[in-house]
Design a protein around this ligand. Sequence first.
Ligand code: SAH
Ligand code: SF4
Ligand code: F3S
Length: 464
Amino acid sequence: MKEEILILPPEELKRQKGFAKKVRALINRPQSYHLVTYGCQMNVHDSENLAGMFEAMGMREKDKKEADVILFNTCAIRENAERKALGNIIWLNQLKKQRPELLVGVCGCMAQQEGMAQKMLKQYSFIDFAFGTGNLYQLPKIMYHTLTGGRCIEIDCPQSTLVEGMPIHRQGGHKAYVNIMYGCNNFCTYCVVPYVRGRERSRKADDIFRQAEGLLKEGVKEITLLGQNVNSYGLDRGEQDFAGLLSGLEKIGVPRIRFMTSHPKDLSHRLIEEFARNKALCPHMHLPVQSGSNAILQAMNRRYTVETYLEKARLLREARPDIGLTTDIIVAFPGETDKDFNDTLELVKIMRYDSAFTFIYSPRAGTAAEKLPGRIDKEVASERIQKLIDLQEKITQERLQSLVGSVQDVLVDGPSARGKALTGKSGRNISVNFAGDKTFVGTVQEIEITATASNTLRGKMKGR
Ligand code: SAH
Ligand code: SF4
Ligand code: F3S
């Protein structure tokens, strides 16, 4: 069934602008905001829009201790993500006792879960407003209602709207996030995202190109395209596919392009060819494999096999020999046997990822896997994840070591953590530290790699 996608009419954003104006006109209105963001880049980017709307309401960003409004943009991907957010939200109870005028809001994926926002407002009297992922653009209205009428909840479901032209307060300087699609249709059996982010909907390529052109004018050097499954970009529209979009962005003159996240089943030959051809594409792909066992992949509803995954990875490396691959892996999925887990270790040995995010399976309410038999013991799960981490750590070190002596194009981000050097990311998305002065920030420099240091590289500017 194809669901109708509602493109938000421009009048609706005008209406929100009207609410922002009304908030600005209120006597004793809040003057400052603080955003706490959990979860993936999607949420980080959403928070840039939320910040943009707060600014449009005449508010400035401030420290948590001083801000008049604190908004939590939450994640629901695993139980510990929820627990962390909830713990920090509850802590605000104390702050609110000291400053009763403080407003507390909760939004994002956790708030979108069925019945969750209502439950939270009922349980925690200090929460003033909550809204879902599809209601993000309504922040001005929600603030106005909260300020004039009291506690407020806005959760629409399903969230199939596509909103263009929201205010934005970017954090990234010379790097920018651009959403190319929203939602997910894949329903991997463990995953909550399709339930909290709605169905897949792609933005029009022209809207994306226009936004990219604007960012280039602002001096942006690197754009990261965002979507839960960017490889299926455009399939819902039938106009431009993902490879075509990448090619268009190169033509516009975007110097560096990255994207997140790729689903292996939709990784097309056209995209592999694009990697061989498009030099603006950074040589990095995050390609979550989740498991090295076909039985588990099937139970996860991933819709690819270990063999097809390996073949696609091989073709990618053939097309772009300097490419670095990274991944996500879940251990202790229900029914995972020792053999299944060993197959995952074997796959990791074959793939030799630059790095991997590893997770213990966390049951999520309402997902298909939640009802599966064969839950794995906590101790077994911990043992497995530790084995996997140890293996990947060894491979990561070998991968880093193999780059010593090479020259990497590094986009300089700023001073390094200890402040004595500069830091930036290589095309392969590895942090590189080197000596240099601040004037290089925001430029791409050729760095000769001289050494490794834990999970980063050290180098010096070429010719110096
Ligand atoms: N859309 C992306 C992933 C988004 S979630 C993709 O399909 O690749 C990021 C990662 O969290 C997933 O790749 C998966 O490894 C992990 N994850 C998702 N749900 C999980 C769960 N219930 N328990 C443990 N890990 C989970
Ligand atoms: Fe979740 Fe799977 Fe969609 Fe990724 S592709 S967001 S893991 S359902
Ligand atoms: Fe979390 Fe929502 Fe992202 S559940 S991982 S913030 S899409």
